[in-house]
Design a protein. Sequence first.
Length: 182
Amino acid sequence: MSLPPINPDKTASGIALDPQTLERVIPESRRPDGTVRKQIKIRPGFTPQEDVRRFRGTKQAQQDANALPKGHIIGWTPPPSSQASSSAAKPMSKSAKKNAKRRENKKEDKKESVADDWEDDDDEPTTAAGVTAAPQSSAAETERKKVPRSSTGSAHTAESPNWAEAPDDGALASELEKLQVK
């Protein structure tokens, strides 16, 4: 005879088999304040309300057993997994090898097209072909350019203005006049 499990399975109401006496009991437990609840014996044949199952007739039980899983689409079958293993075993044709190389080259080109310095993208927008497009100024862009760029740490020049080091005094004065209370 095998020994009963150390941590027996519990029902919804907490009833488990005592490993020593093989009786149904609610095992002792510890309360939040640190005291211990005593083990409670359950009379043979007693089933608490939490453990009572809902009655299902024979036809209903059979229907539940034959039911499709939730979200299943009728008529849909998963693709066979053996196809992937068989394609790996076959050698690729000349055109398939050529297409695979083209895909790899496209992936490499996409990786190279991503710029490392994101701030350069703000100054000179480029087209898909990599040609520098004419800068288009809008009100939102001019406001964005006025934001201080202290993270660059570069000096203020005409080509790359650093608004943190050389703010526009005229615009700053007009902003201060707007803020003054009269």
